[in-house]
Design a protein around this ligand. Structure first.
Ligand SMILES: *[C@@H]1O[C@H](CO)[C@@H](O)[C@H](O)[C@H]1NC(C)=O
Ligand SMILES: *[C@@H]1O[C@H](CO)[C@@H](O)[C@H](O)[C@H]1NC(C)=O
Ligand SMILES: *[C@@H]1O[C@H](CO)[C@@H](O)[C@H](O)[C@H]1NC(C)=O
Ligand SMILES: *[C@@H]1O[C@H](CO)[C@@H](O)[C@H](O)[C@H]1NC(C)=O
Ligand SMILES: [Zn+2]
Length: 502
């Protein structure tokens, strides 16, 4: 029948259009990537074409042919960058936001870590807290994160953290933590939990992937435990392995030397060493020869005192991370800026201390930009991330070039790295889908997630408010714990330290 045929054609045609769903960002300044030169390539008045989850075209001027049904978005006057990559995060902790403004690492372990929380949190709490944290990250333009997910203390909690990551729409490398939690679960008992998690059907259709986090590489590793875990890692083809690496006075280790001694450093799986404070020259050589990366978490290493005394010298094998977004923002742009200026300061100080003056600037805005984007992708061994180039995943940011902060910009890299803030970020796309548009999160689940999170946060915050601050131990990992001299910001008596306002 003619009429019926005609009716049948219309929905088919509509389906075809939305299936293409191509997006053409037209007229913006694009901070693209030149793979051969391993550097940035600026295109003014250019075009980016996105089809499905990927960038399929990067042009100097609008292309003459576009896929049928392409939506063109005029981005004239705006700056288009890749999404930022955070290579160290504990996403489940959002509930603790602002509660630890003057904490130390030692206090953190005793009060806010996965060795304390599971006795008060259930799986719903993990879900709500993880999801709210990821929306915060997406709003800040962090499209990819490597989550050292310490909230895998039970089957339900592990599943909740992963499900929230998937539901957020972010690109999360969810590194499941194999740790013993006294009174709760052991590394052995976590094996079946991880196997089950790897079968989650929604993993297949989400940009989120599974990794492993493990902090028992050395000194004194349990070799059978590690062999069993690495067999699982290979069998299930995990995307990444990560570890807290802290040497020097911290005495944790998990150094590149520790993992190399077990023959697991020079492998095809990327291993990301968070902090790598007090990395040795031999450790740095090993990172280079095995192409493994560290995650410098500038603000966290200053806030908690892990330090980063030698990280300046290993930036060719380094990416940037946040660590605990409960104590400062989850914004990689801020981290890149802090790190840029801190590096400059350190290199200048070397000169000043010899009573000489700096005649050039040791680190550029472009280098900081690379650390915040491409180097994160390289740490994850993902050639298709952290770059605007054909074939890369469409994880893109749109910056308002006419905001009060950016108005008058000439150099787009300097504009973003040194002048912009999250408030200037108009659009965020992950895997070809908009999650922020017109300066607002548009993710479907956000309004509901916000309400649920607030309820959960208020309940758990009340528990922590009532919890006395832990005693400062006399020593930690065999080294004495002392009080650094307190700052005085008040003229005369008193120092102005004040309170934490819980
Ligand atoms: C977690 O606790 C909250 C508050 O008591 C409750 O509403 C929620 O249903 C619990 N979730 C689970 C999975 O038990
Ligand atoms: C877990 O506990 C076992 C048994 O006590 C121990 O041998 C192993 O080193 C622990 N693993 C970690 C990562 O702490
Ligand atoms: C790692 O493997 C590569 C390729 O097999 C080899 O060239 C390199 O020397 C190895 N590095 C170390 C530290 O074993
Ligand atoms: C943080 O400040 C509060 C209020 O002054 C103080 O009681 C607490 O000891 C401080 N914590 C640390 C770890 O310095
Ligand atoms: Zn950490």
């Amino acid at each position: 029948m003619r009429l019926a045929d005609g009716i049948a054609i219309l929905p088919l045609f509509l389906t075809a259009v939305s299936a293409t769903g191509a997006i053409h960002l037209k007229g913006g300044t694009i901070i693209a990537y030149n793979k051969q030169a391993k550097g940035l390539k600026i295109i003014r008045g250019g075009s980016v074409v996105v089809e499905k989850d990927s960038i399929t075209g990067v042009y100097d001027s609008p292309p003459s042919r576009l896929p049928p049904g392409t939506e063109t978005v005029d981005v004239t006057g705006k700056i288009i960058t890749p999404g930022f990559i955070d290579t160290h995060r504990h996403g489940w902790q959002t509930v603790f936001k602002t509660m630890a403004s003057n904490t130390t690492l030692i206090e953190f372990f005793g009060r806010y870590s996965s060795f304390v929380a599971p006795f008060f949190w259930n799986a719903t709490d993990v879900y709500d807290s993880q999801l709210a944290g990821l929306y915060e990250a997406l709003n800040a333009g962090v499209t990819t994160s490597l989550d050292h997910a310490t909230s895998t203390w039970s089957k339900d909690a592990a599943d909740a953290g992963l499900q929230a990551s998937i539901d957020s729409g972010a690109r999360v490398f969810y590194a499941f933590t194999f740790a013993n939690i006294t009174g709760l679960i052991t590394v052995d008992e976590l094996h079946p939990v991880f196997r089950q998690l790897a079968k989650k059907p929604s993993l297949k259709t989400s940009p989120t992937e599974l990794g492993i986090a493990y902090d028992g590489w050395g000194p004194n590793p349990n070799v059978p435990e590690i062999n069993k875990m690495m067999a699982l890692a290979k069998e299930l083809k995990v995307s990444v392995i990560t570890t807290h690496s802290l040497q020097g006075p911290w005495g944790f280790s998990n150094s590149p030397e520790d993992i190399h001694a077990l023959n697991y450093l020079n492998i095809s799986i990327p291993i990301v060493f968070s902090h790598a404070s007090f990395l040795t020259p031999a450790g740095a050589d090993l990172l280079r020869s095995t192409n493994q990366y560290i995650s410098i978490t500038p603000e966290s290493e200053m806030h908690y005192g892990q330090g980063h005394p030698v990280s300046y010298n290993i930036q060719d094998q380094a990416s940037l991370g946040i660590d605990t977004h409960i104590t400062f923002s989850t914004d990689i742009l801020t981290q890149a800026r802090i790190w840029l200026q801190q590096t400059r300061y350190e290199r200048y100080l070397d000169v000043l201390e010899q009573n000489k003056l700096p005649g050039s600037n040791p680190m550029s805005a472009e280098q900081a930009f690379l650390l915040a984007t491409r180097n994160g992708a390289l740490a994850l061994r993902r050639d298709d991330l952290g770059a605007i180039m054909v074939g890369a995943k469409a994880d893109l940011l749109v910056w308002d070039g006419n905001s009060p902060a950016l108005l008058g910009w000439v150099d787009p890299v300097a504009a973003v790295m040194l002048h912009a803030s999250v408030g200037d970020l108009e659009g965020v796309m992950v895997d070809g889908k908009w999650v922020k548009k017109g300066g607002k999160l548009v993710a479907k689940g956000y309004p509901d997630a916000r309400t649920k999170f607030l309820k959960t946060a208020r309940r758990l915050q009340a528990v922590w408010k009532a919890m006395p601050l832990p005693e400062v131990p006399a020593e930690f990992n065999g080294n004495p714990v002392v009080h650094p001299p307190r700052v005085d910001v008040v003229r005369g008596p008193g120092d102005g330290y004040g309170n934490i306002y819980l």
